[in-house]
Design a protein around this ligand. Sequence first.
Ligand code: ZN
Length: 414
Amino acid sequence: MSSQEITLGWELELIVHLQPGEEPGLALEAHKLRDLALTIAQQAPNLPIAAHCIHRPSASCIICDDAPAEHRLPHVRVVNPATPIRRPSGPIEDLYYFVKREHLNVPTDDDGARLAHGYEITSPILSHAELSAGLPQTRQILGAIRSSGLTISAHTECGLHVHVGVKSGMTLNIAKKAATLVMLLELPLLKKFASPERAERRYWFIPISTKSEFICCADRVHDEVTDAIASPELRQHVPDLSKQKPAEWNNNEPNRLHLALNEIWLTDSIWRLSKGFFSYEGQKASLVLCTRERNGDSASEPSRGAPDSLEGTPSTLEFRYPPMSFDIDFVKCWAEIGCKIVELATRDVAAFRQVATDLLKELERNDASQWERLLKVLDLNHQVPFWRQQLARFEDDEPIRFLDDDGFLVPERK
Ligand SMILES: [Zn+2]
């Protein structure tokens, strides 16, 4: 039953608009990034904050020209320093709430010049203790964004991405188990909680259970999982899937899903598993296995024929299902869901099989309250009241909270 400690991080994508009279196009992109980073840093003086600079190869840029020299690093302005300011190796992003440019769909004028700019804020690596405490630092960041005085918006193409890692290191077995739970939960639960509007966008919502390489390859050769091709590991971890009936959760193609799960469990390396999650059109799907080297840098492809050395690395599972939100409760619920899936995946075979069995039992009963029972199996029953409210907001055509009628972020009431 023992499970391992998990870590998490998030990415929030948002848009900062120009003021009337400000120059359209790219001229003010760096200025707005600077304004966003400085206002967050000022409002959250206790948190480590940094901004992505544009000053290399020059010594400084508009983002950092008034910063002390020790806060100007290659590509980076440190606004509120962490202790130490940086580690000798590994990505500096692991230490800071980081403000960066992000390519997002923004409004333009008649000449196609941008009237707003896209940004992303990423968190440092957060502990499970931070999650258990209700993500107080994240609450502070969201509050600072809402009180920034900048004109901010977000639409459902802007994402909230949750990264989940395992403190002792990601393993192939954990990643397979997490992906298995995702395959069961993606359509009946994760899709529902991502808002209908986002779920309809084919480039921003890409389920691995319907669009991944695994799904595509699974049925190229076989019609069903026979004894000859069956993964013994899948059989160990999940009860027999060969008698499943067509239903929402398996996209009415139970054999196809079974074949894809079998492919997942036959995969022999973390690198190849991460490739199999990609869409068959070559895009990142809504679940990504972010492969990282031991020091946290992005992993590069192992040379042909060589095994990867990604076992036990800080590789993460990235949940890219939900739209951006300025609502701490929405972010918290999604963080908990991602963390719970990975935490369950760290449990031993018997405990994991029990969870899979319980989920399958609920999946067979497809009715209006199925999602509530699935949350209960995940031991996330406390989220039910939140999601009742949130699903009603989705119904009311409010996929993202705290936006006014024109789509701009409303300041927080103190
Ligand atoms: Zn700079």
